[in-house]
Design a protein. Structure first.
Lengths: 405, 472
């Protein structure tokens, strides 16, 4: 340690680096602050020039200069205006973007080396371009960067032509989760335009893409996809495909699908059974009640939950089925049935009927007895406080009998 | 070897260790720098606002363990219910509070005792009751006291959705924090857990459970922690996340895939560092199961927490953190240098063992050797001073670099005065604060070793009543 020669230069280097880092930090903030103000001024200038154009005057000279000098700033201002405009004025701005060669500029930027420039190009073309940029944009769906792919998907959906829809559907098989997600969201945004290519994709047999296609078709409530969805629900090879097809049928909601859904409710894979219960709830056909009643005793928790929820929504026949479950032997099914009745407000309604002497009153007493026997008394005790005299006494007596039993 | 020679060897060892640790820090900083730059540029094109309306975002259960939180729980829950997310529920777990936490919740949210069953997939202290609310998105689980980890496990069991977000009851989440934090799990099916950044709320203006104006604290101690948190989160966790070797997701704010959390066995209730222990165990379980997975940190979903403003509370917090670290490393020691666990076994575990656990010991040893060496005249005074200057200078450089990263992309402190204050504190924290932390961490090792024999009978407690800082 006698040799200190190397340490003092190190001290100087570290001190220098500290000063440099502090300086860089302060300068960075200053540059950002100045840059932000400059950008705001340019945006203001662009806004004023665009207002002139929209007021029907000729294209101001400054606009050409701005398009050459700061195409991104001008595009940002144009996009802001476009999102507020409809009809002829919107058309005018789109034409202006082409006239100012902004569209050409961004089409050229699609092959830029920087991924951020490619992403910016795709984003802006989605607003400023028309059907003519669908081709160049489609190339970006196979870009090496997934952000660029996601932005290109959004841009294609904005352009919204049948060709754009077909290209997007092809990307449903992309290996990246992010890209598939963005493509799916954007296909949903495209709506009916996407249905036909999605049906083709559903029939393609490629599991991941088919399952996603089924999901989108369900979200779009695409009735014309029903034959393909019914087939996928019956014969689909993958669990996810069958589950998504079943759910999509529920979303479309035609009682004609019930036989297929009942078959799906007996599928070997629990995700399919769970979605079948959801689908049957959405369709609301009482013919599904016996199957749903059996499903409340399924070995898988989520199937039980969904089936009980489905029965609770099929009142009053579904409620009666839940009461039968409550009176049954399966403890897990009883718990689930009681929770489903409570969550749908059935328990509250039944308690109010306790003092009635008619059929409804008898049914209410039967349900409460079943709940007490199943040990589901917490909600009942809470409801005691809200009941008038006779009802309160009746419920107290039933709870007491249950405890003694 | 004479004592003087021995001291020299010790000093050379400290010098070598010092160079190594700073080399590692520098590497982490470089990785973090590029990662944050990349993240924030991607963010421009993320289409974040569209995600709010996405039907593809899986619903999230926000789990809030509460122990004696009667003063703040109602506002916290309201704030959590108003988070922007397509579909989420809030599961509050009253962990046997001895105050009126449950009563306050009952009155504020019209709760009733429910017959809703809880699927007990994890072991917890007995659940006394489940309460439902007229707001269907709120569930309250009342259970016997078992500690924070136990309460979280009960909440995970009661959660109805595939993603769970574990938060502290006193944390303030930004309105879009849940969606920002959940986004990696929405966008990538291999993401098992996500951590967000925890920032210091002291000094900020808070209104109705939201931070409405960001400012630095007025007091010195919390301001020092602002810089420390920036360094730990922006430089440290971002780098580890890039290497898929992130071992800590703050207990104050983390998102997990429920199925992975349950497969790993949930939170461990016999450690004081349950957050780090859980993430390490998840790595272990997932790697042993040969699963392709990621544990990620994202720098912009912000949770604000109040950090300790007194030395006494800060010392207790650091003691707890360091004991938690030791405990985790000991429990999972078979992962250390084990290639089976990939970057976790070969990089993160050795880093935490060599630098985070033993770092304070070596640093303290260095101080002692310097002092003794100087007293005995073995050491060269100019060398000692120069070495000390380099150490302080490097520490300061790392802190200011963290402020630089903050300024580069995230820019949460709009005022120039606050910004300059952070730069200044980046330098100041190396004079006293850092040494104090070193002492506390060494004391924590001693305290751990002392308690080690009766660790099994460690008293179960609530989770830090009276300790406002849970920013780990």
């Amino acid at each position: 340690m006698e040799s200190t020669g190397f340490v003092w230069p190190a001290v100087l280097v570290i001190a220098g680096l500290n000063v440099l880092m502090m300086g860089m930090t302060v300068v960075l903030r200053m540059v950002r602050s100045v840059g932000g103000r400059r950008r705001q001024a340019l945006l203001k200038e662009a806004d004023a020039l665009l207002e002139e154009v929209l007021a029907g005057e000729s294209v101001p000279e400054g606009l050409n200069a701005l398009a050459t000098r700061d195409p991104d700033v001008l595009s940002e201002a144009m996009i802001r205006h476009l999102s507020l405009l409809r009809g002829a004025q919107r058309e005018r701005l789109v034409e202006l973007a082409a006239g100012l060669r902004l569209v050409d500029y961004y089409v050229g930027e699609i092959s830029a080396r920087s991924r951020w420039r490619r992403a910016r190009a795709a984003e802006n073309l989605g607003y400023l371009g028309g059907p003519e940029v669908v081709g160049p944009l489609s190339g970006l769906l196979s870009d090496g960067d997934e952000t660029v792919r996601a932005v290109a998907a959004r841009a294609l959906a904005r352009i919204g032509t049948p060709e754009a829809a077909r290209i997007l559907v092809r990307s449903l098989g992309d290996p990246s989760d992010l890209t598939r997600l963005r493509v799916a969201e954007n296909l949903e945004r495209l709506g009916p335009l996407a249905v036909e290519p999605l049906i083709e994709r559903l029939r393609s047999g490629e599991e991941r893409a088919s399952a996603m296609a089924a999901r989108i078709l369900g979200n779009l409530r695409a009735r014309e996809a029903a034959p393909a969805l019914l087939q996928a629900a019956r014969d689909g090879e993958g669990v996810d495909l069958r589950a998504q097809a079943v759910l999509a049928l529920g979303r479309i909601g035609d009682p004609e699908y019930v036989p297929t859904l009942l078959a799906a409710a007996r599928d070997q894979e629990w995700p399919v059974r769970a979605q079948a219960a959801n689908a049957l709830r959405m369709i609301g056909d009482v013919s599904a009640i016996p199957q749903l009643e059996r499903m409340v005793s399924d070995r898988e928790w989520w199937v039980r939950v969904n089936a009980a929820r489905a029965l609770a929504s099929l009142s009053p026949a579904g409620e009666k089925a839940l009461v039968r479950v409550l009176e049954g032997e399966d403890r897990f099914a009883r718990d689930r049935a009681a929770a489903a009745l409570e969550s749908r407000g059935v328990t509250e309604r039944i308690v109010r009927d306790l003092t009635r002497s008619d059929e409804r009153g008898r049914e209410a007493r039967r349900v409460v007895r079943a709940m007490v026997a199943a040990g589901a008394t917490r909600r009942l005790r809470r409801l005691l406080d809200d009941l008038p005299g006779d009802g309160r006494r009746e419920l107290e007596s039933m709870l007491r009998t249950g405890e003694e039993g | 070897m004479s004592f003087g020679e021995f001291l020299l060897v010790v000093n050379y060892f400290v010098l070598g260790y010092f160079l190594l640790i700073n080399g590692v820090y520098a590497l982490l900083y470089v990785i973090s720098f590029f990662e944050i730059a990349d993240y924030t540029r991607r963010e421009v094109f993320s289409g974040f606002s569209e995600l709010f309306a996405s039907s593809y975002a899986p619903p999230v259960s926000v789990i809030v363990p509460a122990y004696n939180e009667e003063a703040t729980i109602a506002e916290s829950v309201r704030s959590l219910l108003s988070l922007r997310y397509p579909l989420h529920e809030v599961v509050v777990v009253n962990d046997g509070s001895s105050d009126g936490t449950l009563e306050v919740l009952g009155k504020s949210f019209d709760l009733w005792e429910s017959d809703r069953p809880v699927r007990m997939q994890l072991e917890t202290a007995p659940i006394r009751g489940v309460y439902a609310s007229s707001d269907e998105r709120l569930v309250v689980v009342d259970k016997e006291n078992g500690g924070k980890a136990d309460a979280l496990n009960a909440g995970i069991c009661a959660a109805g959705y595939p993603l769970v977000c574990c938060v502290d009851a006193d944390i303030i989440l930004e309105e879009d924090a849940l969606l920002r934090a959940a986004r990696p799990a929405i966008e990538y099916s291999d993401v098992a857990a996500v951590g967000g950044i925890v920032r210091v709320a002291n000094g900020c203006e808070v209104d109705s459970g939201r931070v409405v104006e960001v400012r630095t604290p007025r007091e010195v101690l919390p301001t020092l922690q602002v810089v420390e948190y920036l360094r730990a989160f922006l430089a440290g966790r971002t780098g580890w996340s890039r290497l898929n070797a992130l071992l800590i997701i703050s207990g104050a704010f983390g998102i997990f895939r429920r199925s992975d959390l349950i497969s790993a066995g949930g939170y461990s209730d016999d450690t004081v560092g349950e957050d780090m222990e859980l993430v390490t165990r998840m790595h272990r379980t997932l790697r042993e199961g040969r699963r392709k997975y990621r544990v990620v940190f994202v720098p912009d979903p912000v949770a604000w927490t109040e950090v300790p403003s007194t030395l006494r509370v800060l010392r207790r917090q650091r003691d707890r953190w360091h004991r938690g670290l030791i405990d985790t490393l000991i429990r999972h020691r078979r992962m250390l240098f084990n290639p089976r666990y990939g970057t976790v076994g070969l990089l993160a575990m050795p880093y935490y063992f060599l630098f985070e656990l033993l770092g304070p010991v070596v640093e303290l040893l260095g101080y002692a050797a310097f002092i003794v060496g100087l007293l005995l005249g073995v050491l060269n005074v100019p060398f000692t001073l120069a070495f000390f200057a380099v150490a302080v200078g490097l520490g300061s450089l790392l802190s200011v670099a963290a402020v630089f990263m903050e300024e580069m992309r995230l820019r949460r402190y709009p005022r120039w005065t606050d910004f300059l204050k952070l730069v200044l504190y980046g330098v100041l924290e190396n004079f006293g604060y850092r040494q104090l932390n070193t002492l506390w961490r060494v004391a924590a090792i001693v305290s751990y070793l002392r308690r080690n024999t009766d660790w099994g009978s460690m008293e179960r407690r609530g989770f830090g009543p009276g300790e406002p800082g849970k920013g780990r």
